[in-house]
Design a protein around this ligand. Structure first.
Ligand SMILES: Nc1nc2c(c(=O)[nH]1)N=C([C@H](O)[C@H](O)COP(=O)(O)OP(=O)(O)OP(=O)(O)O)CN2
Ligand SMILES: [Zn+2]
Length: 136
């Protein structure tokens, strides 16, 4: 019997959507206002969902306090109040779209979980735009 534990978190970050190897005009055509060199920010809302068997002794799939601390050390400390393009090494050559941010978060958290735990990341970039990634 598998159960999923969810933990919500948030971080604020600035970004610009563009490719360094494209001319400004092409970035403008593809990414529009998100290509503004002045950057813009989002209040990202994150949901990390861990699925696994309930431990019969503790009754936990995973202690949520441990998940909370992992999200803080791996995501919030790294991304909160940062310029993703300029200050977060993972995005030096990776466009910080919601899709790519979700994959980066999954890659940071998954190795910290038990091997038989599945992880799904839900990332809201705005209240109406969100992505999900579960490592497939
Ligand atoms: N597939 C993606 N498309 C877009 C992404 C993304 O990460 N993945 N990101 C952006 C922009 O960064 C930004 O999120 C879009 O802002 P905006 O269009 O203003 O979003 P809103 O939800 O505020 O827009 P409403 O029209 O008010 O719903 C663009 N595309
Ligand atoms: Zn944006």
């Amino acid at each position: 019997m598998k159960v999923t534990v969810h933990r919500k978190a948030h971080f604020n970050a600035a970004h610009r959507l563009y490719r360094k190897d494209w001319p400004f005009e092409k970035n403008e055509e593809v990414f529009g206002k998100c290509n503004n060199p002045q950057y813009h920010g989002h209040n990202y809302e994150l949901i990390a969902s861990v699925t696994g068997e309930i431990d019969q002794e503790t009754g936990f799939v995973m202690d949520v306090k441990i998940l909370k601390d992992l999200i803080k050390s791996e995501v919030e400390d790294a991304f909160d109040h940062k310029n993703l393009n300029e200050q977060v090494p993972e995005f030096e050559n990776l466009n910080p779209t919601a899709e790519n941010i979700a994959v980066v978060i999954w890659n940071k958290l998954k190795p910290k979980l038990k091997e038989d735990h599945q992880l799904e990341i839900t990332l809201y970039e705005t209240p109406r735009n969100f992505v999900t990634y579960k490592g497939e």
